[in-house]
Design a protein around this ligand. Structure first.
Ligand SMILES: O=c1nc[nH]c2c1ncn2[C@H]1C[C@H](O)[C@@H](COP(=O)(O)OP(=O)(O)OP(=O)(O)O)O1
Ligand SMILES: [Mg+2]
Length: 197
């Protein structure tokens, strides 16, 4: 079976990639699956693209094999796009999904439902040892809920209600999430590349 390394240590993302790639008969191997321990890549870029490239290119060089990385986050209109590229550490170090959610809900405390529009963004970077890095971007539109609900998924899923839904992303099944997510919208654009892997 063909394999691709996914330069992530996020178990939620890793699981989603495994599900998507299984459909192409490709085994997605995350950094959590490797026996050697891999250093954390510093995400010093100022865009999702720069951070995705940092992760993909450094791990591709280290392992001398094609590597896909995902840099993603939540952009909230009334917060001028925050937390954006700072989504993972919005409430500080160490990364804490629950604290991040509480910070967002507190910041939106007095914001009315119609002004709570937001979107998830996912940028994928594929780095190969001997070619230019390629990028694909996907979005999922929605709004921020008033309370946190549901236990599926990861990250900000419990406070994100996708457009045309009444449940949060964390109340959707994984199949429902994967049919509309920013990540699946980005991966769909990689289909041709995956077929030639
Ligand atoms: O589908 C999603 N559902 C909910 N939340 C999500 C999703 N996709 C990204 N997010 C949030 C989680 C994290 O707060 C940030 C990603 O940060 P990001 O640096 O790309 O990932 P990460 O540090 O968790 O793992 P890694 O860099 O090892 O891939 O956006
Ligand atoms: Mg990260």
């Amino acid at each position: 079976m063909k394999e691709i390394i996914i330069a992530t240590k996020n178990p939620g993302k890793a699981e989603e990639f495994k599900t998507f790639f299984a459909k192409f008969n490709i085994k997605a191997v995350s950094l959590l699956d490797l026996s050697q321990s891999i250093q954390d890549i510093e995400e010093t870029g100022v865009t999702f693209e720069e951070n995705a490239a940092l992760k993909a290119e450094q791990i591709a060089k280290l392992l001398n094999t094609p590597v896909l990385a995902d840099d993603s986050g939540l952009t909230i209109d009334v917060l001028d796009g925050r937390p954006g590229i700072f989504s993972a550490r919005y409430a500080g170090e160490p990364k804490d999904d629950k604290a991040n959610i509480e910070k967002v809900l507190a910041e939106l405390k007095n914001v009315k439902v119609t002004d709570r529009t937001a979107r998830f963004v996912c940028v994928l970077a594929v780095a190969t040892p001997d070619a230019n890095t390629i990028f694909k971007k996907g979005y999922c539109e929605g709004r921020i809920s008033v309370t946190s609900k549901g236990s599926n998924g990861f990250g900000y899923d419990p406070i994100f209600i996708p457009k045309n839904y009444t449940r949060t992303m964390a109340e959707l099944t994984s199949d429902e999430k994967n049919s509309i997510s920013h990540r699946s919208n980005a991966i769909k654009q990689l289909e041709d590349w995956l077929e030639n892997l």
